[in-house]
Design a binder for this molecule. Structure first.
Ligand SMILES: *[C@@H]1O[C@H](CO)[C@@H](O)[C@H](O)[C@H]1NC(C)=O
Ligand SMILES: *[C@@H]1O[C@H](CO)[C@@H](O)[C@H](O)[C@H]1NC(C)=O
Ligand SMILES: *[C@@H]1O[C@H](CO)[C@@H](O)[C@H](O)[C@H]1NC(C)=O
Ligand SMILES: *[C@@H]1O[C@H](CO)[C@@H](O)[C@H](O)[C@H]1NC(C)=O
Ligand SMILES: *[C@@H]1O[C@H](CO)[C@@H](O)[C@H](O)[C@H]1NC(C)=O
Ligand SMILES: *[C@@H]1O[C@H](CO)[C@@H](O)[C@H](O)[C@H]1NC(C)=O
Ligand SMILES: *[C@@H]1O[C@H](CO)[C@@H](O)[C@H](O)[C@H]1NC(C)=O
Length: 397
């Protein structure tokens, strides 16, 4: 888990750096420009000669509507959200309109860590020039309004760590310029639509929700290099369609998702993978040998599953491998260098398996119970005779 967190942090930091850069570039002359659009001139433009452009007036309507459905704001973040000068509001960032630099428009909203409780009103659709919407770590609840489809310039949408509910907010699929989508740590539920992986996103964070099915059995090729599924109750097998991520995916994080069945050989097609973490699941069967082809793999975590068979030396010899954890499984043999990964400079953990010559293994009784019923991953890729779904029904109160 520690490594997951640091990966997430790295990604978040990258996004944040991007935000800072973006704001710095886009909004560099805002301070100068902002006060220059005087209300008195009639000569220059066709647009409204009010101090605020029509776009800022729309933003004003949107932000006031939003403020009305904010019920708790412990840091008083929105207490200066009064009057028409929306560009001075805390968390609101204006920039010149791309076509016409005389027009100011609301380009970014950053309310990260404001601990605000409330809803997102339909009026947010009026913020049609928004590029960044960052609401990380608040207490926003309810659903994502369909009117966000009007945000045709939206580039980053971070709704993480809130209390949003409902099915996957399909409105995000209609945003033509969206690159970063972060929905993690909410209470979204149901299935992930296959279309999510067809839109041209760079990063998708959907972990820690209540999705019940995450990797559609068929979808087109995705552009995302990071997809974090971890900590959802997926309850099924990893479909062979996982190979559709091949051209981009560098980190596949499926830890603690209740996935079952065999690890499909198609995981080995993800030739750009640096991190593969399928730990703390119900995976059975052998390690697919195709993983030995993942030349960039640095971190491999198979720990806390029910996998068995031989740990193949081809994997232990991967050139970039730095940490290979396969503890808490039922492996009964380590091939070649796998027996002493330390000597190869690889951090490893092989405790609690069925390795006869190693310390800290499972009891013979425990091992026999599982090893007497080997799973044939070719015949039963989804876990043998036992219909796994029946064992993993979601606990509803
Ligand atoms: C537009 O100008 C009028 C008159 O000066 C003013 O009352 C109104 O608040 C302005 N609207 C905005 C959004 O600035
Ligand atoms: C927010 O404003 C209220 C009322 O003005 C005040 O009592 C409270 O201390 C303020 N909280 C913070 C964190 O500034
Ligand atoms: C901005 O410019 C593009 C073409 O350069 C045009 O299609 C679009 O309508 C313009 N948008 C506005 C709001 O003026
Ligand atoms: C979408 O944005 C335009 C301005 O670009 C605005 O006139 C319109 O009302 C918005 N639609 C919704 C549903 O908010
Ligand atoms: C996995 O399934 C078990 C049993 O149904 C459940 O208690 C657990 O919360 C699930 N794990 C996750 C991450 O949802
Ligand atoms: C190796 O990976 C495991 C599982 O992800 C992790 O718990 C451990 O801290 C890692 N060790 C090092 C030295 O990175
Ligand atoms: C693994 O190799 C190292 C040196 O390469 C050696 O010190 C260590 O005793 C070996 N461990 C086992 C379990 O053979």
């Amino acid at each position: 888990m520690a490594s997951n967190n640091s990966l997430l942090t790295t990604s978040t930091t990258a996004l944040f750096s991007f935000l800072v850069l973006y704001l710095a570039v886009s909004f560099s002359n805002i301070a100068a420009k902002h006060r220059h659009s005087t209300p008195t001139n009639h000569h220059s433009h066709h647009h409204d000669t009010n101090a605020s452009s029509p776009r800022l007036q729309q933003a004003y309507i949107a932000l006031q509507a939003w403020k009305r459905v904010i019920y708790s704001d412990p840091f008083n973040t929105t207490s200066d959200w009064t009057g028409p000068a929306v560009c001075t509001y805390t968390g609101i960032y204006c920039a010149p309109f791309p076509n016409n630099t005389d027009i100011q428009t609301v380009a970014g909203i950053d309310l990260n860590h404001a601990d605000i409780a409330g809803f997102l009103p339909d009026e947010l659709g009026l913020l049609s020039d928004l590029s960044l919407l960052h609401l990380n770590s608040n207490r926003f609840c309810g659903i994502i309004p369909q009117t966000l489809s009007n945000l045709s310039l939206l580039f980053e949408l971070d709704l993480s760590n809130n209390r949003f509910v409902g099915p996957f907010p399909s409105v995000v699929l209609s945003l033509p310029t969206l690159k970063f989508l972060d929905l993690r740590f909410n209470e979204f539920e149901g299935a992930i639509p296959p279309e999510l992986f067809n839109v041209k996103l760079d990063a998708i964070f959907i972990n820690n929700n209540r999705w019940t099915s995450i990797i559609p059995s068929s979808f087109g090729s995705t552009t995302a290099s990071v997809v974090v599924f971890a900590n959802n109750n997926i309850n099924g097998c990893i479909p062979p369609s996982i190979s559709n991520f091949a051209n981009t995916m560098e980190e596949l994080l499926l830890a603690n998702t209740n996935v079952s069945g065999c690890l499909p050989p198609e995981v080995g097609f993800l030739y750009k993978l640096r991190v593969l973490d399928v730990s703390s699941n119900k995976l059975v069967g052998e390690i697919p040998y195709s993983i030995a082809g993942l030349a960039h793999l640095e971190q491999l975590n198979l720990g806390h599953n029910m996998m068995s068979g031989v740990v193949p030396s081809g994997i232990c010899q991967l050139p970039k491998l730095a940490n290979f954890t396969f503890s808490y499984n039922f492996f009964f043999e380590e091939e070649g260098i796998c027996r002493n990964l330390t000597s190869a400079g690889v951090v490893s953990d092989d405790r609690r398996n069925c390795l006869p010559e190693k310390p800290f293994q499972r009891s013979k009784k425990e091992c026999d119970a599982v090893l007497e019923h080997p799973v044939d991953c070719y015949e039963h890729p989804c876990g043998g005779d036992k219909p796994v779904e029946n064992h993993t029904k979601k606990d509803m109160p």
